[in-house]
Design a protein around this ligand. Sequence first.
Ligand code: NAD
Ligand code: ZN
Length: 258
Amino acid sequence: MQEEIERLARWIAEAKRVVVFTGAGVSTESGIPDFRSPGGLWSRYDPNDFYFQRFLSSEEARERYWQMHSELYGMLKAARPNPAHYACVELYRMGKLSSVITQNIDNLHQEAGLPADKVIELHGNALKVKCLDCGRLYPREEIQRRIDAGEKAPRCDGCGGILKPATISFGQAMPQEEMRRAEEEARGADLFIVVGSSLVVHPAALMPLYAKEAGSRLVIINLTPTPYDDQADLLIGGKAGEVLSQVIERTKEILRAN
Ligand code: NAD
Ligand code: ZN
């Protein structure tokens, strides 16, 4: 592993536009289970209940959704950033980071101190709630207070429309502006680092391919294999927080010596 850490540190030191692409695996060390781990939140609910069409289909489906989401929100609220999130902030402070493209909805990159305009959220943010009719945004905390007070499927104060956490559900359209920016960032990168993503969720998983196509180096840091391992210039099969904090320390040494 030391050899891989050394190689990545050197590539970061050489790079001008690093793009980090993160998935649920960057937050497991913060106590948020990833999609596929057994016993996680997701395995206790029926995934079919979370399709966008289902959410729209009935008041009952929305009530179930909000019940699940209240549990998820409790977990997200308690989670704190881990060394992998802080490593991204360090890259930013070094002037190396172009952006973080994330599939996560947990807000932990921003909480670690990364400016919001450096984080491209492909699947939205669970700490916000959006009216599906007028687009008005509410803090998730405000809506949770209403749920705790007895509302089961909250509606918009302004227009009476259906409220939904501002995340992208299965079957819901991807956010166009974020997709455009992410693709532009991927194609502009000279070093593209995937961290903690199974790379099976599309179209998000196309980003590393765009980067590679445009001539970037591709690095994948993930505990388990991904469909794009054979495209990677470097694979590191370790824990995100442990690997990245060592990489950052080594990068700093290299930059100091130059
Ligand atoms: P995924 O669950 O499909 O894959 C996570 C990957 O991370 C796995 O391959 C796993 O081996 C790896 N991993 C787990 N812990 C790791 C660690 N400490 N270090 C390195 N690798 C580790 O996640 P995905 O690719 O992001 O896709 C799941 C979807 O579910 C995403 O669209 C995301 O929006 C959503 N989701 C988000 C969160 C969150 O916001 N924290 C959590 C669960 C799911
Ligand atoms: Zn509204």
